[in-house]
Design a protein around this ligand. Sequence first.
Ligand SMILES: Cc1cc2nc3c(=O)[nH]c(=O)nc-3n(C[C@H](O)[C@H](O)[C@H](O)COP(=O)(O)OP(=O)(O)OC[C@H]3O[C@@H](n4cnc5c(N)ncnc54)[C@H](O)[C@@H]3O)c2cc1C
Length: 391
Amino acid sequence: MVVVVGAGPAGLRAAEAAAADGAQVAICDAQPSAGRKFLVAGRGGLNLTHSEPVENFPDRYRTEPERWRELLARFSPDALRAWAEELAVETYVGTSRRVFPRGQKAAVLLRAWLQRLRSTGVEFRTGERLLGLTREGDSWRLDFGGGGRMIARAVVLALGGASWPETGSDGAWPTLLAAHGVEMAPFAAANCGWNVSWPAAVLERAEGLPLKNLDVRAAGEVVSGELLITRYGLEGGAIYRLGPVLREMARPELRIDFKPQVTADVLRERAAQLRWPNEWFRAWKLSAGVVALVQGYFPDDCVEREKAIARLKEFPLPLGGPRPIAEAISTAGGVLWRELDDQLMLRRMPGVFLAGEMIDWEAPTGGYLLQGCFSTGTRAGRAAAEYARHL
Ligand SMILES: Cc1cc2nc3c(=O)[nH]c(=O)nc-3n(C[C@H](O)[C@H](O)[C@H](O)COP(=O)(O)OP(=O)(O)OC[C@H]3O[C@@H](n4cnc5c(N)ncnc54)[C@H](O)[C@@H]3O)c2cc1C
């Protein structure tokens, strides 16, 4: 028997892959229902994967390119789209080349998926919190809160990260594995907003305003994208993607080019015949958010054309820390890759396989997170079925 613990996308996919390989499968979750974070992900439009060439994906996961190549070869972005279509949910490529389910809510996809899993014989046990794993002969004993127990030859753990704890991903599982000597990197908020101590005058004018078509740089890494000014700081794709670099900086700071499409010379030319700052700003087509930032931080520079241009092309913005993990879209940290063999089995716990966000990887938004969960889930589920069969 294969027991999967954690009924998020990684665990559900592991259960599906193990059942397809002929294993008898039970899936347990501490929550009263499966896939709660998957449903939260669906609120803003469920971004299933990305349509860029699969060869580019390993770079998005930052480390372990060989492993990712192998994992993606077994369950690719195309396979993920085909999987959704088998559940009668067509997918389409959006403007940013991200892949979404067409006209469907995450709830529709999840319902169809759970029904199919049940029809293939996967047993669901909800309200079961795993508290301990103990080796018994050639099997594992799983102890759950409330006194329940299960014995399994192969176990897949897909317990998630530590963001949005109300969905069940509460990051409480490390003690389970630390008891067996498994090494983990501490959790950190990923794909999250950052705090900024805005001058009151900036906040008054700019709260809620978007900053579009920017180049944002931190420690030599440049990304293009958007930011949103919030009461506490900044949100948006550009800062999410710089998270890994910002976390490494002793004094995190952004350098923003508000006009990456044009050179300083072009800005100079556009303002050549104009006398007043408000006229230059209009000629440069600056958004209200950019004007509020430049005038709020550097009022003196705004009255000198050359200095204003320099600020627009390179605006330094010191940041406070990242927002709390509970608010983040995903979590960095978790079980170190070196603890896992190439079947995603824990070297120190033979027969225990891992999948999804609980492994120490991170990726930007754009569908790479769910793709990572599905690819690792497929690998762990198949390997667990094989392990249970051959023991
Ligand atoms: C607001 C938001 C939007 C997102 N949007 C997207 C998106 O559009 N595209 C994308 O790719 N990704 C998105 N994500 C990220 C994506 O949802 C996660 O990466 C994914 O859900 C992680 O899957 P997982 O199976 O590893 O873990 P989870 O989905 O976190 O599931 C883990 C499960 O384990 C259970 N569990 C934990 N501990 C125990 C225990 N001790 N015993 C029993 N059960 C336990 C939990 O109850 C939970 O059900 C988004 C996330 C958020 C928060």
